[in-house]
Design a protein around this ligand. Structure first.
Ligand SMILES: *Cc1c(COP(=O)(O)O)cnc(C)c1O
Length: 372
């Protein structure tokens, strides 16, 4: 599915040198590499504050703690996503409110958000799924209308652009009140271990969050709020500093691979390729996800397994059906899109090192199977 080794071979000298430098300085925690990476990412994203932390799940949790959300507050998020998003809502004893997604982008449906708003609603968490921003025009409008916070889960869309209806462009993750991301190795900007970050343009929130990630300390040994211990270590920051200058190029390689896949599938009946609206820079293809119609997804998956072609089913079970997050408030009729997507989606190998031959082999195998 990914080729971390192939990518590493190309940047080996830079990465090895940066890591050795950290070893030499022994500044393993909060060293200069962390400070520099933070600044470089702020510039790249055009946000005022990047606060590095230990992973993308922590980033989400810390963002919610920073906003001062309280037990019982309702937080609306997508039913079709990775569990981390709903997990931290539940951990903080907030009330997750799962809503359906859109059939073309797989992203949270603004109309479904509107319907789910109650007097207890405090925040919306759009997940920019598979590398493409949710409909932030509509989401920011709803949030403003109802006085809600928007927390962007940007773990899958770092580097993607979002073009507003008014012509403005911003990076995904630089739009809401606060955003989180993950540097898990297979993400578009991945380190060689765990890592994450929180972004915001709000000075006060950034200050609050910098204390929360460090045991609630704003002054050494003065614990003003309940915090956590969540740090990006210097070795991971060194890896990320070596890779950040390549991020645009990495995302372009993904977009090019996606373009070739979609071209190959363009006349294949029953295969629906990923949807992008307008410009190509809006989707950074963390995943390249097809919809396979006519109930053939599972048979195709079995065939790919036999042929030794990697694939993934993200995600096979709606969050509202997961044992941990079941709730009698949910009604199956409210999730028609997610309930169908879990039966139709299949993600193909997607990374920066995919070559023509691999794409040809993968697409030919799929076409031959479906045309049988
Ligand atoms: C990867 C991911 C996370 C969690 O990131 P970790 O660094 O693994 O904790 C959260 N949300 C989404 C949408 C993700 O893809």
């Amino acid at each position: 599915m990914v080729d971390l080794k192939g990518q590493y071979e190309k940047i080996k000298d830079t990465v090895n040198y940066s890591i050795l430098e950290v070893l030499d300085t022994t500044a393993f925690i909060n060293g200069p590499e962390v400070q520099s990476f933070q600044k470089e990412l702020e510039e790249y994203l055009d946000v005022k504050h990047v606060i590095p932390c230990a992973n993308g799940t922590d980033a989400l949790q810390i963002a919610m703690m920073g906003l001062g959300l309280k037990p019982g507050d309702e937080v609306i998020t997508a039913d079709f996503t990775f569990a981390a998003t709903v997990e931290v809502i539940a951990l903080l004893q907030l009330t997750p409110v799962l809503v359906d997604v859109e059939p073309d982008t797989f992203n949270i449906d603004p109309e479904a958000i509107r319907k789910a708003i109650t007097p207890k609603t405090k925040a919306i968490v759009p997940v920019h799924l598979f590398g493409q921003s949710a409909n932030m025009d509509a989401i920011m409008e709803i949030a403003e209308e109802h006085g809600l916070y928007v927390i962007e889960d940007n773990a899958q869309a770092i580097g993607a652009n979002y073009h507003f209806k008014n012509g403005n462009t911003k990076k995904a993750g630089a739009i809401g009140h606060v955003a989180s991301t993950s540097f898990f190795p297979s993400k578009n900007l991945g380190c060689y271990g765990d890592g994450g970050a929180i972004f915001t343009n709000d000075d006060e929130l950034a200050h609050t969050i910098r204390g929360i990630v460090n045991h609630g300390m704003y002054e050494r040994y003065h614990h003003d709020v309940v915090g956590v211990n969540s740090r990006l270590d210097s070795i991971q920051a060194a890896v990320l500093r070596a890779k950040l200058p390549n991020l645009n190029e990495y995302n372009k390689a993904r977009q090019e691979a996606a373009r070739k896949y979609s071209e190959a599938f363009k006349d294949v009946e029953g295969v629906i390729v990923p949807f992008t609206e307008g410009e190509a820079d809006t989707h950074v293809y963390h995943q390249y996800t097809l919809k396979i119609a006519n109930g053939k997804r599972d048979a195709l998956a079995k065939h790919l397994l036999e042929k030794g072609i990697p694939f993934g089913v993200y995600y096979p079970i709606p969050l509202h059906s997961q044992k941990a997050y079941k709730d009698e408030r949910y009604n199956e009729a409210d999730f028609p899109v997610t309930n169908q997507l879990v039966q139709e989606v299949i993600s193909l190998p997607m990374h920066t090192e995919l070559d023509e031959e691999q794409i040809d082999y993968i697409t030919k195998t799929i076409k031959d199977f479906l045309n049988q």
